[in-house]
Design a protein around this ligand. Sequence first.
Ligand SMILES: N/C(C(=O)O)=C(/C=C\C=O)C(=O)O
Ligand SMILES: [Fe+2]
Length: 195
Amino acid sequence: MAKFSLPFNLQQWIDEHREQLKPPVCNKQIFEQDDYIVMVVGGPNNRSDFHYNETPELFYQLEGEMVLRVVNEDAADDIQKSYIQLSEEIEKSPSKAFEFTDIAIKAGEIFLLPPKVLHSPQRFEHSVGLVVEQKRAQGQQDALFWFCEGCKTPLYNEQFTLDNIETDLPKVFSNFYDNSQNCQCKKCGHTAKKS
Ligand SMILES: N/C(C(=O)O)=C(/C=C\C=O)C(=O)O
Ligand SMILES: [Fe+2]
């Protein structure tokens, strides 16, 4: 027989787990069963990366406000690009600056991010949101990208298999920050700092 947890009070769950929503990502999964990845995410988080996800992400902001910074290289461009397309473009034009748009998501608002749109969640103090993602299919890979804060050109990216959404992202953060060559912009010399 399938195992499932009985309905519970989400606000009470949040109140009991608030202290566990810690940077850099501040996320905690609320179900063990993993057909969907359902997370509560607090703030302030500490993220300068952009997430590439082959599947959609649903954001429902419960308390306070967050900003989802998305990459829009060029308004006329299709922003749902595969990892291969993105990395080929970066290889072809490594000094091309990317552009970003900030999407504010306020308490009570819901937002569905399409697959393959590079996004960087910026979460503020005293904010809490619910995020729902799909369990990744076999062979499907996520990636994290960093762009120079000075000249907006690509600094580093890494593909990875997402098995555990609480622990897999910080491992890639370390791969980026622990190598000073990744963090130094070859175009303008600005260095990304872990805050
Ligand atoms: N939506 C994400 C994301 O990284 O894509 C968040 C956090 C953890 C999930 O991976 C977020 O919204 O803060
Ligand atoms: Fe994401």
